[in-house]
Each structure stands twice: as structure tokens, then as C-alpha cells.
Design a protein around this ligand. Structure first.
Ligand code: MN
Length: 257
């Protein structure tokens, strides 16, 4: 048992078995946006319900400042709790919600996943990740990533009053918005060689990740592809749409809604 429990050292699994999964990521849900919450609830009741497992690969929340903010997200947690009574939910950290911890898992019935995680599906081995870990060309980002995932940083951050943390998250989001525009598209994508090595280390047949917001199949080698999950976005102020990845037999299929 660590002296200080924080999101980084909260209990996680890094190997799971899936029977009929539905993968999503990058919803960037904001509990204050009723339209987004309704769209997610609708997705659970229609698309996800038909599957056995909901696998969230990061950036589910637009930001998460600590599990003591659970009460601010009740509108999102309630449908998850209901869903977990009949389905399994797996939750991996993204770069916006890496402060999700054990209290969230207990409250929703979700299992926290390490990044990366190996998933067994039929006779396939899938390597699952949010994806930011593999953006190794962005050296500055990787430095920041290591910092905010360190126990000392999280310990310090969780000492700040909740209101202060909500302010910090808001400001950081504004800053990253402008910075992202200045970075080259290449820096923002995963590094192919890094992904190939990670996949070969665990003899993966395919890779599934999010983060880059460039959905689709990208071949890595003759026999290995990565499947990028799509982000959810407002097509119109009252229309929040997204996609998920499921398997038909053993073939990955994107569903859009
Ligand atoms: Mn991300």
C-alpha cells in the first residue's frame, strides 16, 4: 500500500479479456453541457448496450481535477453506474482526465486500466492505449506528461482547494488550445516506430488508441495496423456526435452517430 494514494499509483489492471467490446475515447465530456451528457446517455442505451464491455481509452472527461470533484459530475456518473449493473466498464486515463482515481472507479463500478493494456479478444491480442505516450516526437509534451504523472506533483496538486484546481484546469485548457495550433501535425501524431515496438513486445495483432482525433485504420507493418478512435464533437450547438469501434466477427468496425 503506497503512503499516499494518487491517480498514478491507484490500482489498475494491464491485461483483460473481452468478449464483445465497444471502444470509445476523446469524448471530452463536460458535465455542465446537458446536450453532451444526453448524447452520451443515448449512446449507452443504443450502441453500447448491445455489447458486453465498454472500454474508455482516455479523455472521457474534458478535465478532471481529482476524485473529490465527483459530485460535480453526477449527471455523467449516474448513467455509468446504471450501465455497470449489466455491463463491464474499463477506464484508461487520457491527458485530460489522468487525475481520475479509485473513488471514481468505486463510484461507477469501472475498472481502471494501465496505459498500455493488453486485451485478449477471441484469438486476437489487442494493445490498447490512450496514445499520448507514443507521441514521442513531442519532447516537451513528454516532459510535461512525466511531471504530471509523478506522485509528488499529484500529491501537491491535490493539496490545493478544489475551487483553485478547477480554475487551474480551466486556464491550462485555454493555454493548450493556443499551443496546439502552433505545433506541427507530425509532432502531434504517434510515432510509428514507437507503436510498432510496443506492439511487437506483446505480440499484438492490432493496436487501438485515441488522442490524435484522426479516426481510421493506419497500417504499421504488413500484418499490423493501428485503429484510431474518433473524438466526439459538436457538429452544431445542439448536436454532439461521435463514434465507437466494435468488432463484427473479428473485424474492427467504426459506428458513427
Ligand atoms: Mn488526449
Amino acid at each position: 500500500m503506497p503512503l499516499f494514494s494518487c491517480p498514478t499509483n491507484s490500482p489498475k489492471v494491464n491485461e483483460i479479456t473481452l468478449t464483445d467490446p465497444c471502444f470509445i475515447s476523446d469524448l471530452h465530456l463536460n458535465s455542465e453541457d446537458a446536450g453532451e451528457v444526453a448524447a452520451f446517455e443515448n449512446f449507452l442505451c443504443t450502441f453500447a448496450k448491445k455489447r458486453k464491455e465498454l472500454v474508455i481509452l482516455g479523455d472521457f472527461f474534458d478535465y478532471w481535477v481529482g476524485d473529490d470533484a465527483l459530485f460535480t459530475a453526477q449527471s455523467i456518473l449516474s448513467p455509468l453506474v446504471k450501465f455497470s449493473q449489466t455491463h463491464s466498464i474499463y477506464f484508461m486515463h487520457g491527458n485530460r482526465d489522468f487525475m481520475v482515481s479509485s473513488d471514481f472507479a468505486h463510484a461507477t463500478g469501472a475498472t481502471l486500466l494501465a496505459d498500455p493494456t493488453v486485451a485478449h479478444y477471441q484469438d486476437l491480442t489487442l494493445l490498447l492505449s490512450h496514445g499520448d505516450l507514443w507521441c514521442t516526437k513531442d519532447v516537451e509534451y513528454q516532459k510535461l506528461r512525466r511531471k504530471v504523472r509523478s506522485v509528488w506533483w499529484q500529491w501537491l496538486m491535490l493539496r490545493f482547494p478544489l475551487k483553485k484546481r478547477l480554475n487551474i484546469a480551466h486556464n491550462a485548457r485555454m493555454k493548450s488550445k493556443t499551443k496546439k495550433n502552433r505545433k506541427k501535425a507530425e509532432e502531434m501524431d504517434v510515432d510509428a516506430q514507437t507503436v510498432i515496438e510496443a506492439a511487437q513486445n506483446v505480440s499484438a495483432d492490432m493496436v487501438i488508441h485515441g488522442h490524435t482525433h484522426r479516426p481510421g485504420q493506419v497500417p504499421l507493418t504488413a500484418s499490423l495496423s493501428r485503429y484510431v478512435l474518433g473524438d466526439w464533437r459538436h457538429e452544431a450547438p445542439d448536436h454532439f456526435c461521435g463514434s465507437c469501434l466494435v468488432f463484427e466477427q473479428k473485424t474492427p468496425v467504426y459506428l458513427h452517430f
